[in-house]
Design a protein around this ligand. Structure first.
Ligand code: 4AD
Ligand code: MG
Length: 465
């Protein structure tokens, strides 16, 4: 037991008459004419701050009030009282006030309310002290717990796949290279091929773009598994939906076909949103009021209704018949742009959509080929305001076709010998998908920019902090 109490506890269960010790950061100070002051104290344990009444009799009152302001850290001992004011059940009347650290009002960046998110991104070390980022951190945490709960309660094993790898799961060449070679010296030897046998791992290695291939090895032994880890993509996408470092949850299930995969993905998304609605009512009420009007209705709508399922080909037909002037034309065989995905889910169906059976030429090598020779057993889950939030597929379990697909995608099957052996020895139908954590945080909070859905975003030209 700590000698102090977190504010969230006091606001929820604190009984008038109880003596408490509270510690936190001052959000605002209001001095009153009658020789007393109100402090709004926040310690991150709840959205709401605690009102502390400090009267002139508190030792050191005058001196403290001269210096104390927004951002200062303090310790207060006092008594919980019923609050006569609106908006809070209880408040604390201080008996002592100790200052841990002042925050100079001339320089403290979070002095006033209502900073732009662009500004706060440059203060990523202080932004968790703001309403929005405190709420974001609590929602993100609740989502992570809900994700583990979902899989753990269904008997899935949490497996840790490597962060450093020599495989390119998506085959798109977006690996950040990991090397101990002396790049400056290599640059001086221009024209010579790099000898990766001299590198730390003896061959070209990088940061993983997905744990899927390794997860498949465990699924093809243990049945139901999932990963939950950091993922890296060196893609130069400066959008509100792309990060160079993000977190992905990748379940992988033996003996699942695409239909089973869709059922799991749908109940997964609905279940974690439901959990967060239950666990973070104050934070979500804030997002609903201040960030994205209608957010709560849209989340309840997702939880309560079935997702729409259709094929990519059907989706393309709807888009072509829509009469909408899209920036990018819609043509069978091309990947859908976010504007197309959003049209389907936001305007046409007005609920999440699962699109399946994409053209094989635009999807990864591991997706199971359909009999038509043109499409694969892929699925993307599309949600309002974001577009794709999940990508997945049934996996190609037939070794000869898999080798052909690797060659088609420019991968050398020898490099993936172990992945092919899963098909050579006791191959089974299996399927899986990946959910982007930050896009899920975006969905649940209504935040516009994915850079505000992770504590320290990494994007092209930006790795500060
Ligand atoms: O569709 P993706 O690329 O699929 C895979 O990586 C598969 N290996 C998953 C699997 O089947 N096990 O990525 C999956 C999800 C996307 O739908 C998106 O939510 C998120 O990961 N994602 C990103 N999130 C933020 N920034 C990026 N650059 C992202 N790229 C993908
Ligand atoms: Mg995808």
């Amino acid at each position: 037991m700590t000698p102090f109490t977190r504010i969230g506890r006091i606001l929820k269960d604190g009984q008038p008459g109880t003596q408490v010790d509270v510690r936190g950061w001052v959000r605002t100070k209001r001095e009153s004419k009658g020789g007393f002051a109100f402090l709004e104290l926040n310690d991150g344990s709840s959205f709401a701050s605690l009102q502390v009444v400090v009267d002139g009799g508190v030792p050191g009152y005058a001196e403290s009030m001269k210096h104390l302001g927004t951002g200062a850290s303090v310790r207060i001992e006092g008594e919980i009282k019923e609050s006569p004011g609106k908006g809070q059940r209880v408040e604390v009347h201080a008996k002592t006030l100790e200052i841990y650290g002042l925050a100079d009002p001339a320089t403290y960046p979070l002095q006033k309310k209502g900073h732009s998110f662009e500004f706060l991104r440059e203060k990523a070390h202080l932004r968790p002290r703001s309403n929005t980022f405190g709420a974001m951190a609590r929602v993100r945490n609740a989502l992570c717990a809900a994700i583990h709960d979902f899989y753990q309660s269904r008997g899935f094993l949490y497996v840790q796949t490597p962060i450093i790898t020599t495989s390119d799961c998506e085959g798109a060449g977006q690996l950040f290279q990991v090397t101990t070679l002396d790049l400056a010296r290599l640059a001086a030897k221009q024209g010579e091929a790099v000898d990766f046998s001299q590198d730390f791992f003896g061959k070209k290695a990088g940061l993983t773009v997905s744990g899927q291939l390794e997860a498949e090895t465990y699924a093809c032994a243990l049945g139901d598994v999932y990963t939950f880890g950091p993922t890296f993509r060196a893609e130069n996408s400066n959008t509100t939906r792309h990060l160079a470092e993000f977190w992905m949850i990748e379940p992988e299930m033996a003996f699942y076909d695409l239909n089973d995969n869709m059922n799991l993905a749908e109940s997964f998304v609905r279940s974690i949103i439901k959990d967060v609605l239950a666990k973070c009512p104050d934070d979500l009420a804030f997002f609903n009021e201040r960030i994205e009007p209608g957010l709560l209705d849209s989340l309840h709508h997702i939880v309560e209704n079935d997702f729409v399922r259709l094929t990519y080909t059907e989706g393309v037909e709807i888009l072509q018949k829509s009469g909408k002037a899209f920036e990018y034309p819609v043509e069978w065989g091309h990947d859908l742009q976010s504007e197309h995905e959003r049209y389907l889910t936001e305007e046409h169906f007005k609920q999440p959509v699962i699109l399946t059976d994409y053209p094989r030429a635009i999807k990864s090598f591991y997706m199971r080929c359909n009999e038509d020779g043109k499409t694969v057993r892929a699925m993307d889950v599309l949600v309002p305001r974001i577009g794709e939030i999940i990508g997945g597929s049934q996996r190609e379990e037939r070794p000869d076709i898999l080798v052909e697909r690797m060659r088609e995608s420019g991968l050398n099957p020898d490099d993936y010998w172990w992945y092919l052996e899963l098909r050579q020895y006791g191959t089974v139908p299996h399927a899986g998908f990946g959910l982007g954590l930050e896009r899920t945080v975006q969905l649940v909070t209504g935040m516009q920019n994915i850079r505000d859905c992770i504590p320290f975003p990494r994007t092209p030209k930006n790795a500060e902090f």
